[in-house]
Design a protein around this ligand. Structure first.
Ligand SMILES: Nc1nc2c(ncn2[C@@H]2O[C@H](COP(=O)(O)OP(=O)(O)OP(=O)(O)O)[C@@H](O)[C@H]2O)c(=O)[nH]1
Length: 345
């Protein structure tokens, strides 16, 4: 199977909105994923806490398999190539946009990258909920950033009461039309909203002593409960042994509700010439399919997980059930065109 490209997620947000706080949170709660973080200076990333294993030039190797590197926009492509180089063990690359460039320019840089081991993975805009009105007055371009974002992280909601929060959501919704708004405090987003837990069958987990990184995980710090990050999110599973109709699934995806932060899993379309396994991956508005072959003996089934807040589970399940094709013979190759627009090998 071809090596999967490494998704590159861009994190933007105005000064002090909480980008670094969120990155530190992701590094401490990476769920086994190896994260490459690109910042424009190391200053605020909590490197001490991550057991620094070594520093080479502008790259710091973190104890949990994550890498952190500092570049300006001109060095970005070279750094992406380095992070994603042959034998790279990085699962996801996160670029903190502050001081580097406008998010739009960064997206262009990533899309135009000559490195064929990466792919653009979406834009997260971090917003300081308490300062939103003042920030917007000083930086009217914030509206464009919000419109461009795939997921808006509404941080510092601890500083708002319920009425202020509702008023802010009412202002934001028409600016970021259809884009999921994710309220958080201290950037504590569930890492699985951004990337999958890696499966490393070649290296089974062996029992071991807790490392410093394990001990620093906020799960342990706060309540010792592994899955508390999922609290407040709802997770829905959908399984179908019958193939899905690609056009109907794309219509379902186009209309997915704003509270649906993440979808992941495998889709089986079963259309002649397109009988491959299509892995679906959405982060907010961002959507991508990865095509690959089925492993020997792997059942040809669609299996999806939907994660969100305030979502109507029954409506989503019945929406997906309506995508099941009862007459696959009626489908032709060109029914796959809407899917293939979002697909990579
Ligand atoms: N009350 C509160 N404070 C927060 C929250 N998130 C971050 N902070 C604080 O806000 C300040 C700025 O956070 P950073 O994470 O450094 O913000 P940033 O976007 O990386 O800032 P720059 O790198 O300067 O652009 C820090 O003092 C954080 O501790 C939150 O949800 N609630």
């Amino acid at each position: 199977m071809a090596q999967r490209r490494i998704p590159v997620v861009i994190v933007a947000g105005f000064l002090g909105s909480g980008k670094t706080t969120m990155l530190n949170h992701l590094l401490r709660n990476s769920a086994g994923a190896r994260i490459g973080v690109v910042v424009n200076d190391f200053g605020s990333i909590n490197i001490d806490a991550m057991t620094v294993a070594g520093q080479v030039d502008s790259t710091v190797s973190l104890g949990n398999g994550c890498l952190c590197c500092a570049v300006d926009a001109s060095g970005l492509d070279a750094m992406l190539a380095k992070l994603a180089g042959p034998g790279s063990e990085i699962d996801v690359i996160v670029i903190e946009a502050s001081g580097l460039a406008e998010p739009r320019d960064l997206i262009r840089l990533v899309l135009a990258s000559e490195c064929d081991r990466i792919e653009y993975g979406g834009l997260l805009e971090v917003v300081d909920a308490a300062e939103f009105t003042r920030t917007r007055a000083r930086h009217p371009e914030l509206d464009q950033h919000l419109a461009l974002a795939d997921l808006v992280v509404l941080n510092k909601t601890d500083r708002l009461d319920a009425g202020e929060r509702a008023a802010l959501l009412a202002v934001l919704e028409p600016i970021a039309v259809g884009t999921p708004l994710l309220p958080t405090a201290m950037g504590r987003i569930d890492p699985e909203l951004l990337f999958d837990r890696p499966r490393r069958p070649d290296r089974p987990e062996v029992p071991r002593q807790l490392s410093l990184t394990d001990l620093l995980r906020e799960d342990h710090e706060e309540c010792g409960h592994e899955h508390h990050l999922h609290a407040g999110y709802e997770s829905i599973e959908f399984i179908s042994a019958e193939p899905l109709n690609p056009r109907r699934l794309m219509r379902f995806l186009d209309d997915r509700p704003g509270g649906l932060y993440r979808m992941k899993g495998v889709v089986y379309f079963g259309i002649p010439d397109h009988k491959q396994r299509f892995e679906l991956h959405t982060v907010g508005n961002f959507l991508r399919f990865h095509q690959s072959g089925w492993s020997p003996g792997e059942p040809r089934t669609t299996q999806l997980v939907l994660i969100g807040a305030g979502i109507d589970a029954d409506a989503l399940r019945s929406g997906l059930r309506a995508c099941v094709e009862t007459d696959p013979e009626a489908l032709a190759g060109n029914d796959m065109l809407p899917v293939l627009r979002y697909a990579r090998g």
